[in-house]
Design a protein around this ligand. Sequence first.
Ligand SMILES: C[S@@+](CC[C@H](N)C(=O)[O-])C[C@H]1O[C@@H](n2cnc3c(N)ncnc32)[C@H](O)[C@@H]1O
Length: 166
Amino acid sequence: MAADDESLRDGEVAIPLPENFDAGVYFIGRIRTPWSSRSECPKNGRESEVECTIELDTRYADGLKDVERSSHLLILYWMDKARRDLVLQSPRHCATQRGTFALRSPVRPNPIAASVVKLVKVEGTRLTVIGLDCLDGTPLVDIKPYFASTDSVADATVGWHQDTTK
Ligand SMILES: C[S@@+](CC[C@H](N)C(=O)[O-])C[C@H]1O[C@@H](n2cnc3c(N)ncnc32)[C@H](O)[C@@H]1O
């Protein structure tokens, strides 16, 4: 689906996308949040203490076995309102354009978003979590356990981000 606002900002570059897809995706559920417009959403999940609900399709119910034993999960979701054709973007918080693959923007060829969330509770196929940043109804792509031992890189850096936060 296309973005509400298809206009390009200064410095943004759109490309023609391939004519065909290379693979299919199963949406395995929906994410319920209080946010109905992108401007209301937190910029990233870490900015929010709001409880959101992940509604897993009941056909995948058995796949939740042992999930309640994780304190944190990695949630992958599909940013269905984002355009997919930009290779250079001009985020509002940046003075200059940046490459799509240097950004966490939802605008990308495959609009897959990722957030590490705190698991509050599991009730049947409904998971209450803290740490999401998406619109109500956003399609769910995957749920994985978050391993602090292997997923966390304490000294990781993103050089350009220091320029924008100075
Ligand atoms: C910057 S992205 C970060 C997503 C994810 N945490 C990540 O790092 O991959 C979060 C923003 O995407 C936008 N957004 C949320 N849900 C969306 C959706 N379903 N389609 C398109 N954009 C969405 C909102 O503006 C929100 O603030």
